[in-house]
Design a binder for this molecule. Structure first.
Ligand SMILES: Cc1ncc(COP(=O)(O)O)c(C=O)c1O
Length: 477
């Protein structure tokens, strides 16, 4: 009897265990079904295809010597590779023999690896219906409040400019803003002055100041040239000086040449006043300062520049100019710029600025080391200066080397470098200096820079009795 009873207990126990197990697995199943439903809900719908296409094109390797883009030429259903300088072939695997090193280019492509490392945060999805209208809902604002906030935060992070109480005007690159400024300043007193406003820039300088001002000249203004050839008292009417600080091509922090006065004003082109290119001794507080996405992050093709302006009348005339010339700025550009600048602002800008600064400092160290052995050539001197962004004295890291050919017979320095060293540089005359100078770009892709260094090492080591010999440690990097 007791045996039967024990058997029954065991049976009940087993049934109970089975029941509990069933309930447990049933609950698990329910939970997993609801997770699936949630995931299903989270799955992307209309952006999925665009994301897949963007990732597929980014995964085309082009042998590491080129890139395929979403809008590259499509052949047999596949976007084709666009090869870097000196490479060719369908997959860019062929090195072009005797190709000249590219130190000519303007494009700051050395930033590319940063944007590839930060692919997730810097990608932009643009819906087919994104801001299709010419204007924002508030037609008086020409950039989104978020972008304006982000630009102000950026300057506060970089400690490079005061933006409180200033207006932010935007344009199709700094280039368009330069002419917006020329127009705005020249209209200030045009009704009361018999003279057109006069614009100056100290050579060597960024060529657009003259080329663009001449090209778009109206009866209200003219470009004159070198301010150091003038005595302020010789000039009738309003006088304006473009001051590039740090300068292009030399990379030094500059002040104006023209003495201040009631009819003298300055346009500070500060497109290189960022911690990767220069020491930031203090936040700039000029009346009119111009910045550019091209130089800051490398996105020259996005075409966005901004000006920080103190005077509301100058700002309003610039805004009117942009409206008349361009009917506002591309909203797609503004969205991309917002995404990019938000990434720059992450961690107070430390990650981005340190990345870019380290590359440029290393490049300057290499190139100035090589030229230090030459008696035939010299490069500009840039002092070590205290930087408030890094909170320490900081070594130079300019965007360009400004090389002087010192021999009497080397009248065309660009020619000397091209013919004797197979290096393509930018002639001094392009910056309104003489042709005994050549500018070598240091903001190129790593491959272009490596090629420049290897050609320079060979050239300088063969050159006169300078004692330079190719150091394996530098050469192999
Ligand atoms: C000193 C200077 N200002 C302005 C610009 C133009 O910049 P953006 O590409 O924004 O038009 C450049 C471009 O090389 C430059 O060197």
């Amino acid at each position: 009897m007791a045996k039967i009873q024990r058997c029954n207990y065991v049976m009940y126990l087993l049934v109970l265990i089975l029941l509990i197990m069933n309930i447990f697995f049933f609950m698990k199943e329910l939970e997993s079904k609801s997770k699936c439903r949630e995931q299903e809900k989270k799955k992307l719908s209309w952006s999925q295809r665009a994301a897949e296409e963007a990732e597929a094109v980014a995964s085309i390797s082009c042998s590491g010597h080129g890139k395929a883009y979403l809008d590259s030429l499509v052949v047999d259903g596949i976007p084709t590779c666009e090869c870097y300088t000196c490479y060719t072939g369908p997959d860019c695997s062929l090195l072009i023999p005797n190709c000249s090193a590219n130190a000519f280019g303007w494009d700051p492509l050395f930033y590319e690896p940063f944007w590839m490392e930060n692919a997730e945060s810097s990608a932009v999805v643009i819906a087919g219906w994104h801001r299709m209208a010419y204007s924002f809902p508030d037609p008086t604002s020409h950039l989104s409040q978020e972008l304006e906030k982000t630009i102000r935060k950026l300057h506060s992070n970089a400690k490079n400019a005061i933006t409180d109480g200033r207006y932010i005007a935007i344009g199709v690159g700094a280039s368009r803003l330069l002419n917006a400024v020329v127009h705005s300043l020249s209209m200030e007193n045009y009704s009361s002055s018999p003279y057109p406003a006069k614009f100056f820039a100290k050579p060597p300088h960024y060529p657009f100041y003259k080329l663009q001002t001449d090209y778009l000249q109206t009866r209200h203004y003219e470009f004159i040239g070198d301010p150091s050839l003038l005595n302020n008292s010789d000039i009738g009417g309003d006088v304006f000086e473009f001051v590039t600080s740090p300068s292009n091509p030399e990379g030094n922090l500059e002040g104006p040449v023209l003495k201040g006065g009631p009819n003298v004003k300055y346009i500070f082109d500060r497109v290189y006043y960022w911690p990767q290119f220069t020491a930031i001794p203090a936040p700039a507080d000029d009346d009119l300062m111009i910045f550019s996405l091209s130089k800051l992050t490398g996105h020259a093709g996005t075409r966005l520049g901004w000006a920080v302006v103190k005077d509301v009348n100058v700002y309003n005339r610039m805004k009117e100019y942009i409206h008349q010339a361009d009917m506002e700025i591309s909203k797609d550009t503004l969205l991309r710029a917002l995404t990019i600048l938000r990434v720059v602002n992450e961690g107070d800008g430390k990650k981005f600025f340190n990345f870019a600064h380290e590359i440029l400092r290393d490049r300057w160290e290499k190139i100035s080391h090589i030229f230090s052995f030459s008696k035939r050539f010299s490069i500009q001197h840039i002092p070590t200066q205290y930087c408030t962004f890094l909170d320490r004295a900081r070594e130079p890291s300019p965007a360009f080397a400004w090389v002087k050919c010192k021999r009497e017979e080397d009248k065309n320095c660009t020619h000397v470098f091209f013919e004797e060293a197979k290096i393509r540089g930018h002639p001094g005359s392009g910056f309104f200096a003489d042709n005994t100078y050549v500018r070598l770009g240091l903001v190129t892709r790593q491959h272009d820079f490596d090629m420049l260094i290897s050609r320079l090492e060979q050239f300088i080591s063969q050159d006169d009795d300078n004692g330079y010999c190719i150091s394996p440690s530098i050469n192999n990097q």
